[in-house]
Design a binder for this molecule. Structure first.
Ligand code: PEP
Ligand code: MG
Length: 585
């Protein structure tokens, strides 16, 4: 029996898996580097163009195959379409041809050099999510080089059930093929972060994944027994019998609690004294919808559309926006779908090297960014108006901090509506237009905002950041991030009261909404609409179904006698433990 090796990486998708390793050969192709004679140049450019054309056809074929599948296949198809567009991007096409001609080098070498240059541009981006997109450039370049070398690409793989897929990195094309061909046990990759493709695909499939493991793929051999803990980011190769039984026990417990949780999917979220609460889901990608529905989501409370910028250096077209919104609205049928306009800005600026802002969280982001870049905003608004014919749409603007911003955003929406009508483009009926309340200024003027917004959705992630002056990205001040700080409780109370007084609906879509330990506090504050990631829905529902509103109000009244966040937290958590030994564990 071989010795156990353990690797610590980034837990990108939770869950336990045990299985045999299927190691993908994802070494970079070896590259011939040749200097050309002048008479060979034209032929080399032609060779390059042929390889691009072939790559294009392969991506088209794959896309067609996947698009005929369910929503998830369609999502992969969108990623492949983005790759196809990268192929034709002048930054790639024109540059490679120029290098072949001017530096008289062979096409493979020129492709690699352009790829390296593009990668560097991505390396300088601060935002992890956009930086991670550099691997997409590699995947596209690899495909072209393999075609230049006449290698086999898109080979269909037989995946034994529960195989642990081990790779240096997994391209979206490979990921799509793998999940199509069988039930993958887990993904384990050397590269990647929380926002890399493997992570995204894995979370949507509820498949455990550990990424960013360094050189694990070089040490794991095909057929090795591998145990993966996707929450802790732990990978054990050839674990001992004792370790295996611990993993099996954790896996068994997780399965039981997931099954228990799913049993409530069909049941309404109603307190014991009859208060009906609405539980919606948060998504970043349409592919998350099946999981959301399986966990009992009654609608979508937050669709973070900035994720449409995945895999690309340029902004999506109106058609691309429209297709995504249509897909989500149709998949949700009559259920309400709340689409948030782009929360881009600061360092998340597609296609350009971002201008450094000293304090990006307080800089030109979200609605401020959209109001400054009207052309980009209008593309999204037009797409939303067009898509509204396909379902039950609600649109909300992020980070509104003044009434003027809401008015301006609304009038831009109306201008787009009139423009489309003039152009004879079908537009759905008027839909509710709301705002995210996530700045202290919005909380203070909630009564006035409620006169002009159709609904509120409270973004506690940012509301806490700005109210308590704590950078949500900064680990050093993370200990100060306290949802039960009296300032937050009072803000929430003011926002909810203002909405109710004005007769508009108020939801919460920040992380606080999905924390079952806080459900009673939120119920007591009068919150009746929660939105969260799919896995949290059954946990929150379980709490709501076993308490009365009166009991929740009693708990909050007692908690409010304390002054410090620590005391309030300690009190609430002790009370919750008394009632629910396992809330959220
Ligand atoms: C929030 O701020 O609570 C929120 C839901 O928005 P995001 O996390 O996308 O900023
Ligand atoms: Mg926010």
């Amino acid at each position: 029996m071989s010795a156990t090796i353990s690797f610590q990486g980034i837990g990108a998708s939770p869950g336990i898996a045990i299985g045999r390793a299927l190691v993908l050969d994802s070494r970079r192709v070896r590259l011939p580097k040749l200097k050309l004679q002048p008479h060979e140049i034209d032929l080399e450019v032609l060779r390059f163009k042929t390889a691009v054309a072939l790559s294009n056809t392969q991506l088209e074929d794959l896309k067609v195959k996947l698009a005929s599948q369910d929503g998830e296949g369609q999502e992969h198809a969108l990623i492949l379409e983005a790759h196809r567009m990268m192929l034709h991007d002048p930054l790639f096409m024109v540059e490679v041809a120029r290098l072949i001609k001017e530096d008289t080098i062979n096409a493979e070498w020129a492709v690699r050099r352009v790829c390296r240059r593009l990668r560097h541009q991505f390396d300088n981006i601060d935002d992890e999510y956009f930086r991670e997109r550099r691997s997409d450039i590699e995947f596209v370049a690899d495909r072209v080089v393999r075609n230049l070398l006449g290698e086999v690409v898109d080979e269909e793989l037989e995946v034994p059930p529960d195989a642990i897929i081990v790779a240096h990195d997994i391209s979206p094309a490979d990921a799509a093929m793998l999940v199509r061909n069988g039930k993958v046990g887990a993904f384990v990759t050397d590269l990647g972060s929380h926002t890399s493709h493997t992570a995204i695909v894995a979370r949507a499939r509820e498949t455990p994944a550990v990424v960013g493991l360094g050189k694990a793929s070089e040490s794991i051999r095909p057929g090795d027994m591998v145990a993966v803990d996707g929450r802790r980011g732990l990978v054990l190769v050839n674990p001992s019998e004792q370790q295996l039984s611990l993993f099996r026990e954790t896996m068994r417990r997780q399965l039981v609690s997931e099954e228990e949780a799913l049993k409530t999917a069909e049941l309404p979220a109603v307190t014991t004294d009859g208060l009906r609460v609405r539980l919606n889901g948060n998504i970043e990608f349409p592919e998350e919808i099946p999981s959301l529905l399986a966990h009992g989501a009654e609608g979508i409370g937050l669709y973070r559309t900035e994720f449409l910028f995945l895999n690309r250096t340029n902004a999506p077209t109106e058609e691309e926006h429209y297709e995504s919104y249509k897909q989500v609205l149709q998949a949700m049928g009559n259920r309400p779908v709340t689409i948030r306009t782009l929360d881009l800005g600061g360092d998340k600026v597609p296609g350009k090297k971002p201008e450094k802002e000293i304090n990006p969280a307080m800089g030109l982001r979200a609605i401020r960014y959209c109001l400054k870049h009207r052309d980009m905003f209008r593309v999204q608004l037009r797409a939303l108006l067009r898509a509204s014919v396909h379902g039950n749409l609600r649109v909300m603007f992020p980070l509104v901090s003044s009434i003027s911003e809401l008015r301006e955003a609304r009038s831009e929406l109306e201008a787009c509506r009139s423009e489309l009508t003039r152009q004879g483009v079908p537009v759905g009926k008027r839909f509710p237009v709301g705002i995210m309340v996530e700045t202290p200024s919005a909380a203070w003027i909630a009564d006035r905002l409620a006169q002009e917004a159709d609904f509120f959705s409270i973004g506690t992630n940012d509301l806490i950041q700005y109210s308590l002056a704590i950078d949500r990205q900064n680990r050093d001040v993370a200990y100060l991030y306290r949802p039960l700080h009296l300032a937050i409780i009072r803000s929430l109370q003011a926002i909810i009261d203002a909405a109710k007084h004005a007769g508009i609906s108020v939801a919460m879509c920040g992380e606080m909404a999905g924390d079952p330990h806080l459900s009673l506090v939120l119920l007591a504050l009068g919150l009746e609409e929660f939105s969260m990631t799919s896995g949290q829905i059954p946990l929150v529902k379980n709490v709501i179904r076993s308490v009365s509103k009166a009991e929740a109000v009693g708990l909050l009244t007692q908690a409010m006698q304390f002054s410090s966040a620590e005391e309030i937290e300690r009190f609430v958590s002790a009370e919750m433990d008394k009632r629910f030994a396992t809330a959220g564990d």
